[in-house]
Design a protein around this ligand. Structure first.
Ligand SMILES: [Zn+2]
Length: 596
């Protein structure tokens, strides 16, 4: 990152809670806590990169230490303390980057120094960036501190991968989930920067930059800075942005879908050729196309409020959505997100061929008229017949089949059938990994009062040890809760570590325990704790027991003899629950077992 890039991104970093766009649920809660003087000692800020987590941690550090607000509200950004923090010279704000090597030494220091009072400020604030990367040693030091935090210390753990943080740490933090920034929020910020920096930029160019940043303010601002520093008097133009990013023209996805709706095979193939000749990245175009079809599906199903795009674009989508049925859209999304299309675009000597074939198949599919809106469909394009001789065989077959029965649902379509037969992997509706389905920033996170998701059981997704009844392992599983209780009587923290594991094997006197997190495994697997655990096992099982701890990241912790049930103990980790969350855009807070 050049100094210039860093400077623009730094200059426009949010300096107050009020400036945090799109994270009102976080700033409101923190401001309330400040106003009532109920500041926690450990916070977890989780969310996508570039969504303002570290900025929030710094604002919090200023707010609790500001010399003019009494530690009860927004920081003033003018007092000596606020300025010291903004300029990165405050001694009592300690930022540790767990992703880099220096994190190890600093965390080692942490335990020694954390008890010293702050040098100048009211609170010593530790910001642990990329907290999920901490070593086990560091987690251990942190846990010890979190168990009895000194009154003058606040920890802010910042992470993009909260699921990698051990539950023993999580349970001691107040957690805030940051939303992915919406395109319109990013666009608003880019406009503000252009105004204040007097950067000349076409509105459409800024829209493309905001869209490309996929939810990261940081990426959008860096990109704008780079583009602005290379363009001269012309400013940042749409054409320049598209050229630099290898993007197809903004309306290309819409035009291709129009061609499908009109069954204009010739027009669509010409468009694809133009896109290739324009130097656009076809894989990116394929992803954009699937995104666009998904947006159309949202419009069609009356969910325009979930769209992350400009009002003009929505207007155009309404017309297209009317020309297609939901079944059409589902079919098109499956067709264009087929792994064969994506991998073909990478490997083929004719890179555009997979897209062309998918497009032609899409035109054939789109002919199946839904009774309700069959009258809205245009008759098949006359150009198809004339072009047929020059088209790939698939197009020819489709064209002649359609021409023969223009108003009837097509009889077996050779093109589609051949394609389907060639497929080795089933079509998938999941979007490509590089553009994960963004939970719209406006969707509520249901925490507190909320609809409950009931989930029906299904076969286990991972191998679960099902011990035969009466076997030594079954015996251990049966008495698991009692064992935990016995351990808890001696040490609550060791019991907390044990909750992360499950017994997977019993060999004579040795019980093998599989842990999900190495931090918890190592914490149990030291001489002092192992003796305590073995003693508890021996007492409950009425026989001498040794334990062996192994790491099995996919292990589902045992919850009292129910391992054979096949559900993961943490509902949030369950694939079905995750799918439900994706579908409804909500956070599942409770999973109820169906009546047994
Ligand atoms: Zn201040």
């Amino acid at each position: 990152m050049s100094d210039e890039v860093r400077s623009l991104y730094r200059r426009y970093r949010s300096q107050t809670f009020g400036e945090l766009i799109g994270q009102e649920h976080v700033s409101r809660t923190l401001l309330n806590a400040l106003a009532s003087g109920r500041i926690g000692h450990a916070y977890l800020f989780a969310g996508p990169r570039g969504s303002g987590k570290t900025s929030t941690a710094r604002i919090l550090a200023k707010a609790v230490n500001c010399l003019t607000n009494g530690g009860r509200g927004e920081p003033c950004n003018e007092c000596e303390m606020c300025r010291a923090i903004n300029e990165g010279r405050a001694l009592d704000l300690i930022e540790i980057d767990a992703a880099s090597n220096r994190g190890i030494d600093e965390i080692r220091d942490l335990r020694d120094k954390v008890h010293f009072a702050p040098t100048q400020a009211r609170y010593k604030v530790y910001i642990l960036d990329e907290a999920h990367m901490l070593t086990n040693e560091a987690f251990n030091a942190l846990l010890k501190t979190l168990e009895e935090p000194p009154a003058h210390v606040i920890f802010a753990l910042v992470t993009t991968e909260a699921h990698k943080i051990p539950p023993t740490i999580l349970s001691r933090c107040q957690r805030f989930d940051f939303h992915r920034a919406s395109m319109n929020d990013i666009l608003a910020k880019l406009n503000r920067i252009c105004r204040e920096e007097q950067i000349k930029a076409e509105p459409a160019a800024l829209t493309v930059i905001a869209r490309t940043a996929t939810g990261s303010y940081r990426d959008a601002e860096s990109l704008l800075d780079q583009l602005a520093s290379f363009t001269g008097d012309a400013g940042v133009t749409l054409a320049y942005v598209q050229q630099v990013l290898g993007l197809a023209p903004l309306d290309a996805t819409g035009k291709l879908v129009s061609a499908i709706a009109r069954r204009d095979v010739a027009g669509g193939l010409q468009l694809l050729t133009q896109i290739v000749q324009g130097g656009a990245d076809l894989r990116q175009f394929g992803r954009d196309l699937v995104d666009y079809l998904r947006d159309l599906m949202l419009v069609k199903t009356g969910n325009e409020n979930l769209l992350d795009t400009t009002p003009d674009a929505i207007e155009g989508m309404r017309d297209q959505a009317r020309a297609l049925t939901i079944a059409d859209l589902v079919r098109l999304i499956k067709l264009f997100s087929d792994p064969d299309v994506a991998s073909g675009l990478r490997a083929s000597a004719q890179p555009q061929l997979p897209l062309e074939l998918a497009f032609i198949e899409a035109c054939a599919d789109a002919v199946q008229p839904a009774m309700s809106d069959a009258h809205q469909r245009a008759p098949i394009s006359g150009t198809v017949v004339g072009l047929a001789a020059e088209q790939p065989p698939a197009a020819q077959t489709m064209a002649s089949a359609q021409t023969a029965t223009p108003s009837m649902p097509p009889t077996p379509r050779a093109a589609a059938a051949t394609r389907s037969a060639e497929r080795t992997t089933p079509a998938s509706v999941s979007r490509p990994a590089s553009t994960p389905p963004a939970r719209p920033a406006t969707s509520p996170s249901y925490v507190g009062s909320q609809p409950r998701a009931a989930v029906t059981p299904r076969p286990p997704t991972q191998p679960i040890v099902t011990a035969p009844p009466g076997s030594p392992l079954a015996n251990v599983q049966e008495k698991w809760l009692t064992i935990l209780e016995t351990v808890k009587a001696s040490s609550r923290s060791v019991e907390a570590f044990l909750k992360d594991c499950r017994p997977i094997e019993v060999n004579d006197e040795t019980i093998v325990l599989a842990f999900k997190h190495s931090f918890h495994k190592d914490s149990v697997d030291n001489m002092k704790h192992r003796a305590l655990v073995e003693e508890s096992f021996s007492r409950v099982l009425a026989q001498p027991v040794r334990i062996r701890c192994v790491l099995a990241p996919d292990a589902a912790p045992t919850t009292g003899g129910t391992t054979a049930g096949g559900r993961t103990a943490n509902p949030a980790d369950d694939a079905v629950v995750k799918e439900a969350e994706k579908l409804f855009g909500a956070k599942v807070v409770n999973v109820e077992k169906p009546d047994d």
